[in-house]
Ligand binder design. Structure first.
Ligand code: F6P
Length: 502
């Protein structure tokens, strides 16, 4: 067994501490105050860890398994490797049965999903019911009883797979909105397990959550975890309101009391592998790529950059409209600036995703024809998935990073951009509605619904003097250095957590 916490003594940064005293509206009382008790993390993980997530941490590329990109995977794999851990998840293809195997020293247990399960559990209930509802109903959630039944059945299968892989002594860490019912099913099968959950997406205000026909069942599914973690204080507070309103939980100083047990509710913002972004940003190869990206774009004075999974929650359409409004106000900037947008293909069979893709392409086409010329196209749009190394080159080539989600659990792109700016340069425009805005207070914060407001902020970013840019970026870099994904994972797996209390 290993001690993951030797020598760790994190004290939270000022911005996060400030966020820990946020005021938020409750369901019945308009202004309820949530506070967090801050405690030092001196805990030890001595248990073997089982992670359950919708997807495995690897993907098949040309017939071979390779590690998936992303902070969660890079933070957890070393921990799992050291403590003989296991990861249970879906391979990403329907009807694919794969025997458990080892990768990078970790035991992976693939769960087979049939075509109907993919359609109803993953595409349906997870991504057309919970996803839009939890992101503020920015698209209308669909409520289908057969999707709900399949979601229950697949969550039960995940619980069975965990119970099969466990000796009854492990710490089980359940990831995200696809597996909200797993804690309940698992506790029924193996009551002694230490079960923790982490929701990567926002938990909505109770007025919205109230619409879910299965609101009580979903809360009961989540409440059986010993620790229930959210990205932000606001998400944790919203969950407490919902659990007390619809599931009969009682909020106390130590956590939520439900069914005779106390369940800790915590805010634990996820982060990135900051050192790795810094390392890649500092490579000669990256510098070369930066020069060629800028040259290929015609060496404009200012490059705006957006990089997102192509999702309707990201506000890509609005940021294009804002750019257009800025060019209309300042026609001299047309030939001097360029907006590069990377859209990573995602969930592309879902109607709302098809529509948002068409929308974005149509807006980009219109702007390029009205604001561009034979020699100049203001928007450069790439619909593809880039390697981490290429993405870092784009982060370093940009002058202004534009992050405009209407709702977002965290938004790691904002943190990745900051970590990559090793010369303390560049400006970050960041939606107030991204979890990252709770920590990155030195970004230019914006309301993603306000086209003219964003247009003014794009212009302000261009005008910002070098000294201010440096000062802001320095503060933000310090934050992502101190709060990286390794610290997040250690704190999430520790036993002495910051509890959110009502
Ligand atoms: O943001 C939520 C999330 O589930 C991430 O954890 C994940 O990287 C992303 O969405 C991709 O989703 P999917 O598995 O549906 O492609």
């Amino acid at each position: 067994m290993i001690n993951l916490f030797e020598g760790s003594n994190p004290s939270l940064s000022a911005p996060f501490e400030a966020a820990c005293h946020a005021t938020k509206p409750g369901f019945n009382s308009p202004q309820r105050r949530y506070t967090v008790r801050l405690r030092k993390l001196r805990s030890q993980v001595t248990k073997r860890i089982i992670v359950a997530a919708n997807r495995l941490p690897v993907r098949q590329v040309e017939g071979a398994w390779e590690r998936s990109p992303g902070g969660l995977v890079s933070a957890l794999l070393p921990i799992l490797e050291k403590n003989n851990g296991v990861w249970i998840g879906w391979s990403g293809s329907a009807d694919e049965t794969i025997e458990p195997f080892e990768h990078d020293g970790i035991r992976l247990i693939p769960l087979t999903l049939g075509r109907q399960e993919v359609d109803e559990y993953y595409l349906g209930f997870s991504n057309e019911t919970i996803w839009p509802l939890f992101h503020g109903a920015i698209r209308t959630p669909a409520y289908h009883r057969h999707w709900w039944r399949t979601y229950q059945a697949v969550n039960k299968r995940f619980a069975e797979a965990i119970a099969d892989a466990s000796t009854g002594e492990e710490l089980v860490w359940i990831q995200d909105y696809q597996l909200l019912l797993v804690p309940k099913y698992l506790k029924e099968m193996a009551p002694g397990l230490d079960v923790r959950s982490f929701l990567h997406i926002p938990f909505p205000p109770v007025e919205l959550y109230a619409r879910l026909p299965w609101r009580q069942e979903v809360l009961e599914g989540m409440l059986d975890a010993d620790v229930i973690a959210f990205q932000t204080e606001r998400g944790a507070g919203n969950f407490i309101s919902a659990a007390t309103t619809f599931a009969g939980a009682a909020a106390t100083d130590r956590g939520l009391v439900w069914s005779g047990e106390t369940h800790r509710v915590v805010a634990s913002p996820i982060s990135i592998d900051t050192a790795e972004y810094e390392r890649v940003a500092g490579l000669d190869e990256t510098r070369q790529k930066v020069l060629s990206i800028r040259a290929d774009l015609g060496n404009p004075e200012v490059i705006f950059l957006g990089a997102d999974r192509l999702d309707y929650t990201k506000g890509i359409d609005v940021r294009f409209r804002a750019y257009e409004a800025m060019l209309e106000r300042h026609p001299d900037l047309a030939a001097k600036t360029k907006f590069v947008q990377i859209g990573v293909p995602s969930r592309s069979t879902i109607k709302d995703y098809v529509e948002v893709k068409e929308d974005i392409e149509q807006i980009a086409g219109r702007i390029n024809s009205t604001q561009g010329s034979r020699h100049y196209m203001p928007i450069h749009y790439l619909y593809e998935s880039l390697t981490m190394e290429d993405l870092v080159a784009y982060y370093c080539a940009a002058d202004v990073m534009v992050v405009t989600p209407f709702a977002d659990g965290m938004n790691l792109v904002a943190k990745e951009f900051v970590a990559s700016r090793i010369e303390d340069d560049g400006v970050l425009l960041l939606s107030e509605f991204a979890g990252a805005a709770q920590e990155l207070r030195e970004a230019i914060l914006l309301n993603p619904f306000h086209v003219d407001g964003i247009a003014s902020k794009l212009h302000r970013a261009i005008e910002m003097d070098g000294e201010e840019r440096q000062r802001r970026m320095k503060v933000m870099r310090q934050i992502v250095r101190e709060h990286d994904v390794h610290r997040w994972a250690r704190s999430a797996l520790g036993s002495d957590l910051d509890v959110v209390t009502a």
